[in-house]
Design a protein around this ligand. Sequence first.
Ligand code: GDP
Length: 366
Amino acid sequence: ALQCGIVGLPNVGKSTLFNCLSNAKAQSANFPFCTIDPNVGVISVPDERLIKLSEIDHPQRVIPATVEIVDIAGLVKGASKGEGLGNKFLANIRETDAIIHVLRCFDDDNVVHVDGSVNPVRDKEIIDAELQLKDLETVENRLNKVQKQAQTGGDKMAKKLVDILLQYKEVLEQGKPARIVKLNNKEEEQLAADLFLLTNKPVLYVCNVDENSALSGNPYVGQVKEAIKDEGADLLLLAAKTESEIAELEEYEERQLFLQEIGLEESGVVRLIKAAYHLLDLQTYFTTGADESRAWTFHRGQKAPQCAGIIHTDFEKGFIRAEVIKYEDYVRFGSETACREAGKIAIEGKEYIVQDGDILHFRFNV
Ligand code: GDP
C-alpha cells in the first residue's frame, strides 16, 4: 500500500494530526517523544464520485481507495548521527512514498517547544538538515563503491550512476534536497529511485495553526511560504487541535456546523488526504455494479493491463481488453446498459492509458 509519513519536530502537532486522520484516539501528551513507535493508520480517500456511483447502483458494498499514514515521531537535531533514536526514524521515513512535514505555526505557552521558541522556518531547516545529512552519507557510501567499478570495469551503468551521485552530492552539500536534481530519462530515474534518498520523496508542508488562523494563516505561515517558494512543494493550512475536537463529535452535521463556524467548507483532514493522494501522483478508476462500487488506486500513466493487475494478477496475465465508460457518461445515462445503447462504452486494448475517473470492466482469459 502507498504510504505517507508524517514528520516534524516534537510537539508540533503530529500525533494530534495523526489522531484526527485515523480517528483512533491514541494519546497525545505535551511531552517530546510521547509517540515512540510509528503508528500506521489506513485512511479512506474521500471521493464524491464514489458516493455518486453508489447512489446510482445501490450496491451491497462501497469500498473507497485508501492511503496509509505513518506517524514518524521523534526526529530531532542529531538524528542523522543516531541521536534520539534518530536512525530508527530515518529508516521509517525511507519506507514511505511521500512526506507530510508538519510545522508548528501556533503560539501556546502551555506547549513546550524543543528549541525554546516558535519558529517554523528554523524547525523546517533542522529536519531538512537531518534528512540531507543522511542522504549525503548514503550518496558518499555508494560513490565509494561505484566509483571503483566505473574505473576498473568500464561499466556503462556504473558511470551513469557515478554521474547522478555526483549531482546529488553537490546539491546536498549546498543544503538542498535531492529532489531538485533534474534527471534526463527513465533509466536515470530508475537508478535514482534505487538509492531511496529521503530528500527525493515528494513533500507536503502542513502549517499547524490556531483555530483563528485556519482560514487566512498568520505571520508564521507567511514565513514558511517565503522559505519554500523555490521548492515547488505544496503547503496546507490546518488547525490540528481544532480538527481533533471536531473529530470527536459524533454527528456529521455537528462536525459540518463546527467547520462552518470557523469558516471552512471542508475539514483540513479531508484536504490533507486529497493532497496526499495528489502528492503520490495517484489517480482513481472505478468498478461498479449491483455487488460493489469500488475505487481503485493506480499511478498516473499506468496502462489497462497493469490497472487490471491491481484487482487480481490473473486479470493482468489474461488481459484481453477493457471496456471503458467515462464517469460523466455513467452519471448522465445512469447505467452500463444505457451507456452501451448510447454508444458510450469504448473498447480499449493493452496500450490504453487509464484516465482518472474511468469506470472499467476488464475482459480476460483464465
Ligand atoms: P507531536 O509531538 O508533534 O506529535 O505533537 P502532539 O500532537 O503530541 O502535540 C503536542 C501538544 O501540542 C499537545 O498538547 C497538543 O494538544 C498541542 N497542539 C497540537 N496542535 C495544536 C494547535 O494547533 N494549537 C495548540 N494551541 N496546541 C496544539
